[in-house]
Design a protein. Structure first.
Length: 95
């Protein structure tokens, strides 16, 4: 699966975070971290290999806690994309 970061999906992700009642600081941090990832991609689509390379690079450049928080933002965005691509409905059982 290739992933392209675009303004529309980031705007939707921001709304997703607000709906999940994330704090303003968290929303700003996640978006800042995703912009950093977008800069790393230089306009290319992201795939598993690119994501793993990014993980290695930030692991070398930043403290572990900082790198992990950047990866948390990316993981949240990937989770959002999967939910958006494969929405499911709750099952309702009648008693």
């Amino acid at each position: 699966m290739e992933i392209v970061l675009c303004k529309a999906s980031l705007t939707q992700f921001k709304q997703f975070l607000w709906n999940a009642e994330k704090s303003r600081a968290t929303v700003e941090k996640y978006l800042r971290d995703l912009h950093r990832f977008e800069e790393y991609l230089c306009g290319e689509a992201a795939d598993r290999e690119k994501i793993l390379q990014y993980k290695e690079e930030i692991g070398r450049k930043y403290a572990i806690s900082s790198a992990n928080s950047m990866l948390a933002a990316l993981n949240a965005y990937l989770h959002f994309l999967v939910l958006k691509a494969y929405p499911t409905l709750s099952l309702h059982f009648h008693r």
